[in-house]
Design a binder for this molecule. Structure first.
Ligand SMILES: CSC[C@H]1O[C@H](OP(=O)(O)O)[C@H](O)[C@@H]1O
Ligand SMILES: Nc1ncnc2[nH]cnc12
Length: 296
């Protein structure tokens, strides 16, 4: 097994690319590497490289060529693999639908909350043999959020800080009744992938933030067509340069961290394990070497 880096060491920035983002152009010294995980197969190989002095790791969430549907993604393997690869903070780049007029296609929303309506996915690294409960009160790393907001503003990218992302199972888009329901819940955007990804990143003590790139108005807006894939891809392709520019600008900022995350992400397991040490299952502990090695 690979040596897992402590978060106090030099930051390694992980980027999870969503729909339409299958590569990270502009990285230097790149190589695709296979990472094996005890949780199964990650979506693809990881692309390792650097931006100036900052070490970067990129993973295409749906695999290159978009092979995997949201429910088929092995979120546990992806997060475990990123941690094994040395990643200390994750920026997710995701397409999303908008529930508000002001959040027009092209807007980047740095969400700060999630509602998890997914139901067909493995959602925890823990369970029988080692039970843990982490806090999800603040699911997004505020430090990463600050850096992303600052970088977007500096690059003139339309950005909104804060908002609730409704994670649906998919793969079908919402019915109009569902879309109206989520609007009545005061959700700002909708997607199919950020849960359980954010939960697992928290369990793995990795900072996590998402840049939700608005591609459509879902199906609630009387003056806009119902969402379809071609519309999503059209907007995303138009936004690709903004996404690349955001990553290039945020990397040096995140690369400056020299201590564990001040928001506490790197210590999420400090008060989370509940199973008595004498009844913990050694096999379970062995596969948690990367995720929870710091506290085991
Ligand atoms: C291609 S539209 C639906 C698809 O796009 C989003 O994916 P991602 O979050 O990986 O950018 C959405 O969640 C759906 O999976
Ligand atoms: N309207 C929408 N619903 C769910 N996922 C999406 N991804 C992009 N647009 C979406």
């Amino acid at each position: 097994m690979e040596d897992v880096k402590l978060p106090e060491e030099k930051p390694v920035i992980g980027i999870i690319g969503g729909s339409g983002v299958y590569d990270l152009e502009g990285l230097e010294d790149t190589r695709w590497e296979t990472v094996t995980s005890p949780f199964g197969a990650p979506s693809d190989q990881i692309l390792r490289g650097r931006l100036g002095e900052v070490e970067m790791v990129f993973l295409p969430r749906h695999g290159r060529g978009h092979r995997l549907a949201p429910s088929e993604i092995n979120y546990r393997a992806n997060i475990d693999a990123l941690k094994r690869a040395g990643v200390t903070e994750i920026v997710s780049v995701s397409a999303c639908g908008s529930f508000e007029e002001r959040l027009a296609p092209g807007t980047f929303v740095i969400v700060d909350q999630f509602i998890d309506r997914t139901f067909a996915r493995e959602k925890s690294f823990f369970g029988t043999g080692l039970v843990a409960h982490v806090s999800m009160a603040d699911p997004v790393c505020s430090r990463l959020g600050d850096a992303l907001e600052g970088a977007a503003a500096a690059k003139g990218i339309p950005v909104v800080r804060g908002g609730t992302y409704l994670a649906m199972e998919g793969p079908q888009f919402s019915s109009r009744a569902e879309s109206e329901l989520y609007r009545s819940w005061n959700c700002q955007v909708i997607g199919m992938t950020n849960m359980p990804e954010a939960k697992l990143a928290r369990e793995a003590e990795l900072c996590y933030a998402t840049v939700a790139m608005v591609t459509d108005y879902d199906c609630w807006h009387p003056d806009h067509e119902n969402v379809d894939v071609s519309a999503v891809i059209r907007v995303l392709t138009g936004n690709a340069e903004n996404a690349r520019s955001l990553v290039r600008h945020v990397a040096p900022v995140l690369g400056q961290r020299r201590e564990a995350c001040a928001a506490g992400c790197h210590h999420a397991l400090d008060n989370a394990l509940i199973t008595a040490p004498e009844v913990r299952d050694p096999e379970v502990l062995a596969r948690l070497d990367a995720v929870a090695g710091r506290v085991l």
